[in-house]
Write a protein that binds this ligand. Structure first.
Ligand SMILES: NC(=O)c1ccc[n+]([C@@H]2O[C@H](COP(=O)([O-])OP(=O)(O)OC[C@H]3O[C@@H](n4cnc5c(N)ncnc54)[C@H](OP(=O)(O)O)[C@@H]3O)[C@@H](O)[C@H]2O)c1
Length: 275
């Protein structure tokens, strides 16, 4: 997979939280050598700090950063995408692969602004990429080939798992797996709080909650079994778990989570149009 990237040059435009996570992972894993990588931010002092900490060419000049780049990773906020595309338009062409992680921004929006049939892949990773267990949904635009999709997969498989979806589902990916870590942290924190309520020290309660959530997720991923069947296997007749499940059902946990993802998905469709 990674040889798809060998010798390629990368520009990360908007090396903030997410762009920075990805950039650091690529350098740590030696997918790119620092001299082949450019990164941009808005503030000069942040560019200086980035160049110092990562050894890459860091600047506030987006046009300069993409000039030599084979792959451009667009990591700015959705509202800033248009401004950045206007600046780089004259520097990119059919040989440049644009990979955008901006929520809410369709591939057609980027294609129209860049023109010249520039290949575009849209991706929606999450911040769990920071520890190599990210989840990324990707889709290709009108001018991107299967090879471009493979390059994007190689980039996101380096920080976790990747799934290819239809573009119409990208806001749903945003609402579920990009916003999802925040929902999961709230559940985890609540379980830890519950542990404290029933007498456990907080650090132990947090460990029990986190490892239990990690374990349950790992079982689902490794066995492929339906979560409902796995839940049934933990639930002894007249045991303790069924009493806990009754409380969850009464508290409407399921419908609350469904509504949270629906709201986040709807919101994901709106960001581009905000100032
Ligand atoms: N955070 C997530 O969980 C997540 C998940 C999936 C996708 N995304 C997407 O990732 C993108 C970035 O999100 P984030 O959370 O990483 O935001 P962030 O931390 O605010 O990063 C944005 C970066 O863009 C830089 N920037 C702003 N204007 C610029 C310009 N004109 N040229 C070059 N760089 C510029 C900022 O520079 P300064 O640092 O100098 O201000 C900052 O470093 C968004 O489009 C978001 O939808 C985020």
């Amino acid at each position: 997979m990674t040889n798809k990237l060998s010798g390629k040059t990368l520009a990360v435009l908007g090396a903030g939280k997410l762009g920075g996570i990805l950039l650091r992972a690529y350098l740590d894993q030696k997918l790119f050598v620092p001299k082949n990588v450019s990164a941009t931010v808005r503030h000069e002092e942040k560019a200086v700090a980035l160049a110092k900490s990562l050894g890459v060419n860091a600047t506030t000049d987006n046009a300069k950063a993409v000039r030599e780049a084979d792959i451009v990773l667009l990591g700015v906020k959705p509202q800033v995408v248009g401004e950045v595309l206007n600046v780089i338009k004259s520097e990119v062409g059919r040989d440049t692969l644009i990979i955008s992680v901006a929520a809410s921004v369709p591939t057609s929006h980027i294609e129209q602004r860049l023109g010249d049939k520039v290949p575009v892949v849209r991706a929606m990773p999450n911040t769990c990429s920071a520890v190599g267990v990210g989840m990324t949904g990707i889709c290709k635009g009108a001018h991107a080939s299967a090879e471009h999709l493979e390059i994007a997969k190689a980039l996101f498989n380096a920080v976790g798992r990747t799934v290819v979806v239809d573009e119409k589902n990208m806001d749903a990916v945003t609402g579920l797996s990009a916003s999802g870590p925040a929902f999961a942290y709230i559940i985890l924190e609540s379980l830890a709080e519950a542990g404290v309520k029933v007498g456990l020290p907080r650090d132990i309660a947090t460990l029990l909650a986190a490892q239990t959530m990690k374990g349950a997720a790992s079982v689902v991923l490794e066995t492929g079994d339906h979560p409902a069947l796995l839940k049934d296997s933990v639930t002894t007749p007249a045991g303790c778990t069924i009493d806990g499940i009754m409380e969850l059902e009464e508290g409407k946990l399921r419908v609350t989570l469904i509504k949270a993802v629906v709201k986040a998905t709807q919101r994901a469709g709106e960001l581009l149009f905000e100032k």
